[in-house]
Design a protein around this ligand. Structure first.
Ligand code: SF4
Length: 381
């Protein structure tokens, strides 16, 4: 059985994805998945080119043979395929780049440092685990201890040094779980999850989940809640929909928030209706400003502030666009200028993204004020 870095990365997201990739299932053609793939490819190519151009020509190697790593003379290798055996599995990792650092003293062998390129600005735990997998395979292939690796990522080509030795136990456990998964002739139980929108099998899995009326179609339900329902013999959204019972709330609970009922959502799906629990009262003491902010979380970049002031025919809409990060401050100031023209504006928004945006800019403004005040104070001294 062959476990590659491609299968390892798939397993970190979803066991079904790993199984389908290993079985050679064709991708069902998702535009976002294709975009991510092309971003990865182009970032990889650009970074390889950059590293190779910065190193002396006689010290680099491109795709060196993995058989003779111990006798290697290069200082930097691009695209190195490392192979190692663990129990009955062949582990294979296409390491993006490897640095070979000679150590002082003849007795000590040179050190290998694997490098992985990640196009995003923010890194996740999965990125570090992938680097740890590269390190694990390279270390097994060379028979040398490798304690750390590097991740080069984002627009600024930032480098993060990761202590991969601390993750090797976790990597070993994942490999064992992947081996158990791939030894089964049938795919694991399908569970839609947060990674689905960017997965190449999205269309296939969604179709199957709809056919099975699977509980994972209710996106807010946790693994634990789903297992609890399974233990009661409830496996489909329709079955769950019949379990909702409206209850009168005791007076003492009237001011408390109603708990979320998955069964009510299931009922709404079955009846194709909107159900509202209780009588929501919106006390707006001022002029309502409906706020919607769009951005790229990976880049901490907010490119649109959308606002709707008032309602009905008299509603006024504002769309403030930032083409680059440098424009963000401008749209924030424009937004504040609009709010200043209103008497008692009350911001209304859905979700926590807008809260994060407001908190971020409020603290940035505070920091700026603080910096200005400090500048002023130091000028007075
Ligand atoms: S679409 Fe979702 S459930 Fe299907 S393989 Fe991808 S991540 Fe897993």
């Amino acid at each position: 059985m062959r476990i590659s870095s491609d299968l390892f990365s798939a397993f970190l997201k979803c066991s079904t994805k790993c199984w389908l990739r290993a079985a050679g299932e064709p991708a069902s053609g998702d535009a976002y998945a294709e975009w991510v793939k092309s971003q990865k490819r182009s970032y990889h190519a650009t970074e390889i080119e950059r590293l190779l151009s910065e190193a002396p020509k006689d010290e680099v190697a491109v795709s060196p043979l993995p058989e003779n790593l111990k006798a290697a003379q290069w200082r930097l290798a691009a695209t190195l395929v490392a192979r190692a055996r663990m129990n009955t599995c062949i582990l294979e990792s296409e390491v993006h780049a490897v640095e070979r650092v000679p150590t002082e003293g003849r007795a000590r062998p040179p050190q290998f440092i694997p490098i992985r390129f990640i196009f995003t600005n923010k890194l996740s735990e999965d990125d570090k685990l992938l680097l740890a997998f590269d390190t694990f395979v390279l270390s097994e292939a060379t028979g040398r201890e490798i304690s750390f690796g590097k991740i080069i990522h984002g627009d600024d080509h930032s480098t993060l040094r990761v202590k991969t030795a601390a993750l090797s136990g976790e990597v070993r456990k994942y490999i064992e779980r992947i081996a158990a998964l791939l030894s089964s002739p049938t795919p694991p139980d399908l569970v839609l999850n947060r990674h689905c929108p960017e997965c190449e099998f999205q269309t296939r899995c969604r179709r199957k989940a709809i056919e099975a009326d699977d509980l994972s179609l209710l996106s807010g339900m946790s693994e634990k809640e789903r297992r609890k329902l399974h233990s009661k013999g409830i496996f489909t959204v329709t079955q769950l929909s019949y379990t909702f019972r409206p209850r009168r709330r005791p007076k003492r609970m009237r001011d408390k928030r109603e708990k979320y009922h998955h069964s009510l959502k299931a009922l709404a799906v079955r009846e194709k209706k909107i159900h509202i629990v209780g009588r929501p009262e919106l006390k707006i003491d001022g002029i309502p400003v409906y706020l919607d902010v769009e951005g790229l979380p990976d880049r901490d970049f907010y490119y649109l502030i959308g606002g709707c002031i008032g309602s009905g025919d008299s509603a006024v809409h504002h769309s403030l666009w930032a083409d680059t990060a440098a424009d963000e401050g401008r749209i924030w100031r424009e937004f504040l200028a609009i709010l200043e023209t209103l008497e008692k504006p009350v911001l209304i928004h859905y979700g926590s993204y807008e809260t994060a945006f407001l908190n971020g800019w409020a603290s940035a403004t505070d920091n700026r004020r603080r910096a200005l005040w400090q500048q002023k104070r130091s000028g007075l001294r």
